[in-house]
Write a protein that binds this ligand. Structure first.
Ligand SMILES: [Ca+2]
Ligand SMILES: [Ca+2]
Ligand SMILES: [Ca+2]
Length: 477
């Protein structure tokens, strides 16, 4: 148990002591006591069949997130020897109104008035003895850059030689679970939610919805379903599209929100601390690979701690580098942690020519590149923008709150690139590599398009080469 982390029993008694001064909210329990919201009632509706159109469309731009931090909250790790009396005075000092420890966490939420400045409150808390860490909770958003052109070929699989790689390992196996920590996945037919038709043959393992607090992490956005498709779209079934590691198990974990989630008052925000809990859940439920096609513009000890826990438990992590390469090139977390963590890689995006896509963030933490697409280009002359094509929610219906209509959608972004690396890691794990650092080493060492000097901020150590990485492990065929 790390410094500042406490067993539940101690926390519960701390809360009771503080009850006079602070309202005590929640505890470390799971969903049994979670409030039931609109989503849970939609899950209980009579099921309707999924419908898939053959339309091929680009995704529409989404508005940028406005707030930088979740209001009304500071994330805190207490010193292990903190006494209740000391805490009462420091919480009052920081204007706290409640304290609770969420599930799958090694930290607490100190709740403050919704109009209070969480940055200032965290600063006040940090200055107090007995507080090991305190920070505002950065908002997390998906990393993709949709625009409005069309495309209908999976050039991104051909350009990295997937057909040749599949001769060595045809899509991995059910021994490997990949956690897709995202906006959820259209993985099940239940109530108002349907499974994407081209995920019908894909294997799913139980995950969790950290936004709505239930164990049916359906997708109300489309991003997570698209990412899951690149990893394990049902393949060789004569319909739809292919994925890379199509025999692995997908563990859907929802930590990102859609407009529908927010308009219908989903109880939890898409924040770094929520992401940290999702990572820990995935690791503790057997995920060997964790896909993080998301980012925030500020760091968080909660996520860094969860990432180190993940690789320490034998899970490889792939995280998007960011999509601000042509808009200020600011760093994104968790991607920026990757250069200091063996077994976690930050992924940049390349276009059809396997050169850095314009939006792909190019900083010192980029370690590998993979196709993320460029809908503004048509370098293969097929009259479609060069995006990454997978099946996901049809946005014409999704935006009206209809979650059983699907279409083939072009997305672009380091999100899409990250899915390629997660899938490759799953194939390598399936070959018997058990150490995430060894997976990272194999992906780096056997990359193609290695930059002069071995590494660049644009591509990291180069572009993934799945066949070479599999062969590099001594596999021959
Ligand atoms: Ca298919
Ligand atoms: Ca690394
Ligand atoms: Ca094209």
């Amino acid at each position: 148990m790390t410094k500042g982390s406490r067993p539940t029993a101690v926390l519960a008694s701390l809360g009771l002591v503080l009850a006079a001064a602070l309202a005590l909210a929640g505890g470390a329990g799971q969903s049994a006591s979670a409030p039931q919201g609109l989503k849970q009632s939609w899950l209980r509706q009579a099921s309707q069949p999924a419908t898939a159109s053959e339309f091929i469309r680009p995704a529409r731009p989404r508005p940028a997130a406005e707030a930088r931090y979740v209001p009304g909250r500071v994330v805190v790790r207490f010193d292990a020897d903190l006494r209740a009396r000391e805490f009462r005075s420091l919480a009052r000092e920081a204007g706290a109104i409640a304290v609770r420890r969420p599930s799958w966490a090694d930290f607490h939420y100190v709740e403050i008035p919704p109009d209070a400045d969480p940055v200032a409150a965290a600063e006040r808390l940090r200055a107090q003895p007995g507080i090991a860490r305190a920070e505002p909770d950065p908002i997390v958003r998906p990393l993709w850059r949709p625009n409005d052109q069309y495309f209908n070929l999976q050039w991104h699989l051909q350009r990295v030689g997937m057909e040749e790689a599949w001769e060595l390992n045809q899509g991995g196996s059910s021994r490997i679970t990949v956690a897709v920590i995202d906006s959820g996945v259209a993985f099940v037919n239940q109530g108002a939610f349907a499974q994407a038709p081209d995920l019908a043959g894909t294997r799913f393992v139980p995950g969790y919805d950290f936004i709505w607090d239930d164990d049916v992490p359906t997708d109300t956005d489309g991003h997570g379903t698209h990412v899951a498709g690149t990893i394990a779209q049902t393949t060789n079934n004569s319909v739809g599209l292919a994925g890379i590691a199509f025999n692995v198990g997908i563990m859907p974990i929802k930590v990102l929100t859609s407009d529908w989630d927010e308009e219908n008052n989903a109880p939890n925000p898409p924040s770094m601390s929520v992401l940290a809990r999702g990572i820990r859940f995935a690791v503790d439920h057997g995920a060997r690979v964790i896909n993080l096609s998301l980012g925030a513009d500020a760091e968080s000890f909660t996520v860094e701690s969860a990432l180190r826990y993940a690789v320490g438990q034998g899970a490889f992590v792939a995280a998007a580098a960011g999509n601000s390469g042509d808009e200020g090139n600011a760093p994104e977390w968790p991607g920026a942690y990757a250069k200091d963590i063996d077994g976690m890689m930050a992924v940049g995006a390349v276009d059809y020519n396997l050169e850095r896509a314009p939006y792909s963030t190019h900083r010192d933490y980029v370690e590998i590149a993979a196709p993320g697409g460029d809908n503004d280009a048509d370098q293969n002359d097929d009259d479609y923008g060069d995006g990454i094509l997978q099946q996901t929610l049809d946005p014409d219906y999704q935006e009206r709150g209809i979650f059983n209509r699907f279409a083939y959608m072009f997305y672009q972004g380091t999100s899409m690139a990250t899915a390629h690396v997660s899938a490759l890691a799953a194939l390598l794990m399936d070959q018997g590599i058990t150490n995430p650092a060894a997976v990272e080493a194999a992906i780096k060492r056997f990359a193609s398009h290695k930059p002069p000097g071995g590494r660049s901020d644009d591509l990291g150590y180069g572009v993934i080469d799945p066949r070479a990485s599999l062969l590099g492990l001594g596999l021959a065929k």
